[in-house]
Design a protein around this ligand. Structure first.
Ligand code: FES
Ligand SMILES: [Fe+2]
Length: 374
């Protein structure tokens, strides 16, 4: 439906408004998108020692990710196997060696095994292995733990790494930034009152750049023409003449990450890893957005600015560097929030239109409809 040209061949139809407002469609997305695909949950280094944990919402499920005593990461459904109480109530924390249910004190070790419960020794027939926490598949990439709730997870290579290859045209290109070896310089959380798809669509296009991103278009003048870097395979938007770094005023950044080749040293690349991740690559840092869609009209976005460890350790002033994309985020999310209320207006019942610079968003819509089985 989405690629059917309207009466003007320049325009393609968007999704109808209800796709952004209908709780039932959001529920279908939880099932067929967030609970079926690899979902970027947490920065691995946030869980820096055994017993550190973080809980995240993945579709309709809450998932605990924790570091084990052996040093690996594990993910479990955040549900006690006794009578189903939520095991960890906090968003993050640190336990000594066990996860203990706050209801009747069933206790699990960091590998999820049931290790203790009141009167458990009086029930010798209970198979502790069978009542361990329910494991969730976990992979690490770019320094993040990605989890998948599907019984048979899709290929990580194809669906996650493949997005970077498809965008950059070269499997090695993203590895040059060594995101897994970088240090978190800043993290900002944004509670956005908009459907997650509005945020994805906005990220994919740059038709709005000239209107709402003055600082970004000063650094990347080609963005003022409306064509996003994501429009062309392998293309990175080039810094403007006189721009020294990817900073809010174009002043000097922090040089170049060690493996970034010269040809990429004045360019910005953007990758959308469906469904919920944006990766932004600039010569001296990586900006990674993780979305947590919580309702049809609410999405929490966590944005990390990652730098070379010595830059962060030196106590360098990151503010001009962080400020550029923080402003872009604020400008983008305000636009998404302005759009969300219109999604339930009768004016948008049949949807809106995509101009040629946005036609690739139609491919995202088709992808979504296919996942929803429509
Ligand atoms: S529900 Fe967790 S111990 Fe009873
Ligand atoms: Fe934008």
């Amino acid at each position: 439906m989405t690629t059917i040209p309207l009466s003007s061949p320049s325009l393609l139809a968007t999704l109808p408004g209800r796709y952004y407002t209908d709780p039932e469609i959001f529920r279908q997305e939880q099932r067929h998108v967030f609970e079926s695909m690899w979902f970027c949950a947490v920065r691995s280094a946030d869980l820096d020692r055994p017993g550190a944990f973080r809980t995240v919402q993945v579709g309709r499920e809450n998932v605990i990710i924790t570091r084990t005593r052996a040093g690996g990461l594990r993910a479990f459904l955040n549900i006690c196997r006794h009578r189903g109480a939520r095991l960890c109530l906090e968003e993050s924390g640190q336990v000594r060696r066990n996860l203990r249910c706050p209801y009747h004190a069933w206790t699990y070790d960091l590998d999820g095994r049931l290790v203790a419960a009141p009167n458990l020794t009086k029930m010798p027939d209970v198979d502790r292995a069978a009542y361990g926490l329910v494991r969730v598949a976990l992979r690490e990439w770019l320094g993040y733990a990605w989890v998948c709730l599907a019984d048979t997870p899709p290929s990580f290579e194809e669906t996650v790494r493949g997005a970077a290859v498809e965008r950059l045209g070269d499997p090695a290109a993203i590895e040059h930034y060594g995101a897994e070896n970088l240090t978190l310089g800043r993290r900002v959380g944004y509670d956005v009152r908009a459907n997650w798809k509005l945020i994805v669509e906005n990220f994919m296009e740059c038709y709005h750049c000239a209107t709402i991103h003055p600082e970004l278009t000063d650094v990347l003048p080609e963005f003022a023409r409306g064509y996003a870097a994501q429009y062309y395979v392998g293309h990175g938007a080039e810094f403007g003449e006189g721009v020294k770094g990817f900073t809010v005023d174009g002043s000097e950044g922090f040089g170049r990450l060690p493996e970034v080749p010269e040809g990429q040293d004045r360019r910005y690349y953007a990758i959308t890893v469906k469904p919920t991740v944006f990766v932004n690559l600039v010569p001296d840092h990586v900006i990674l957005h993780r979305m947590f869609p919580l309702a049809e009209d609410r999405t929490v976005v966590e944005c990390d600015w990652l730098y070379a460890p010595d830059v962060v350790a030196s106590g360098a002033d990151l503010s001009r560097s962080v400020e550029l994309f923080h402003r872009v985020n604020t400008q983008d999310f305000a636009a998404c929030e302005r759009t969300q209320p219109a999604m339930s207006s009768r004016a948008y019942r049949a949807g809106g239109v995509l101009v040629p610079a946005e036609h690739h968003i139609g491919v995202f819509h088709e992808w979504l409809l296919e996942r929803l089985g429509e």
